[in-house]
Design a protein around this ligand. Structure first.
Ligand SMILES: C[S@@+](CC[C@H](N)C(=O)[O-])C[C@H]1O[C@@H](n2cnc3c(N)ncnc32)[C@H](O)[C@@H]1O
Length: 288
């Protein structure tokens, strides 16, 4: 088996089939119809707590994860970032405000494009932050047209990580940085853990995980140069799954009213919090 495609355990089960852009886009279009899908701060990703004593709220911790991405992508004010899987725009506007750089964000959810462009306009950033509908599997951009790119928790939805990274390596200029986060398999999961993870991944339209040690090869085969693979699971996973569980409990009445039959909203994320083999990784690379 190809090492970069993960272990047998990660490939088997219902989550083994990838999801196409229409399925993933539909999932996020529906999500924007919930208050939960329009998070304050417009961040649709996990939190990053600097230590167990970090008292940041979930919203602050989500902004801290974006801040880590901004630090690693090292974009000057004159730079142009391609934000692949931009959500409703929070990370892109945070980067634009901190660095002064330009951002093009893409997503496969039409509703997210509308919300993200509205956010940029409301913040007076529409002249240098824009969002479009595009699929990371077929980027509609010329070679070397961006200074850097990131994927903040979006590659997990994509059917072929290697292909997406090759596409990104094509559109980023020589020596431009490529940074991404991903859910990954830190150590082998038990059969029970695997079936719990598969249930969640299938409901949330995510692709199978790959193992933590597969990233160097994945990055190299995409034509990129690896700088770092950082396991940040301890800063991210336990508290995020607890926070997501709390948010879902608070939103239960709205969820039941709008999506009673959707499996994505019936599963309690707290069930993932004790699966320590389920990890979260930050990968930093650059174009040669
Ligand atoms: C968990 S959200 C993260 C959003 C954003 N990066 C953030 O951190 O707030 C995943 C995002 O990936 C996008 N996505 C998934 N598959 C995609 C694809 N093939 N091409 C472009 N975007 C994709 C989704 O539409 C969604 O916006």
């Amino acid at each position: 088996m190809d090492e970069a495609q993960g272990t047998g355990a990660a490939q088997d089960g219902p989550a083994a089939a990838g999801h196409d852009r229409a399925e993933v886009g539909g999932f996020y279009d529906r999500f924007t119809r919930l208050t939960l899908g329009n998070a304050p701060g417009a961040n649709l990703h996990y939190g990053y707590w600097t230590s167990p004593d970090d008292s940041a709220t979930f919203e602050e911790a989500a902004a801290q994860l974006t801040a880590l991405m901004i630090q690693e992508v090292r974009l000057p004010a004159s730079g142009h970032l391609l934000d692949v899987g931009c959500g409703i725009g929070g990370p892109a506007v945070q980067l634009a405000r901190v660095t002064g750089a330009e951002v093009t964000g893409i997503t496969v959810s039409h509703d997210q494009v509308t919300l993200a462009n509205r956010l940029a306009a409301d913040l007076g950033l529409a002249d240098r932050v824009r969002f479009e509908y595009a699929d990371a599997m077929e980027l509609p951009y010329a070679d070397a047209s961006f200074d850097a790119s990131w994927l903040l928790e979006s590659i997990i939805h994509m059917p072929d990580r290697g292909h997406v990274l090759k596409e990104i390596a094509r559109v980023v200029r020589p020596r431009g940085r490529v940074v991404f986060t991903d859910l990954c398999e830190r150590s082998p999961l038990t059969a029970d853990e695997q079936s719990t993870v598969d249930e969640f991944f299938q409901a949330a339209k995510m692709s199978p995980m790959v193992t933590l040690d597969s990233y160097p090869r994945l990055v190299r085969e995409a034509g990129l140069v690896l700088d770092e693979v950082r396991d940040i699971s301890d800063n991210v996973m336990w508290r995020t799954t607890r926070e997501l569980s709390r948010q879902m409990r608070e939103a239960r009445a709205e969820i039941d009213e709008k999506f009673a039959s959707d499996p994505a909203y019936q599963l309690d994320p707290a069930r993932l919090s004790d699966i320590t083999a389920l990890g979260y990784v930050l990968v930093v690379a650059h174009c040669p």
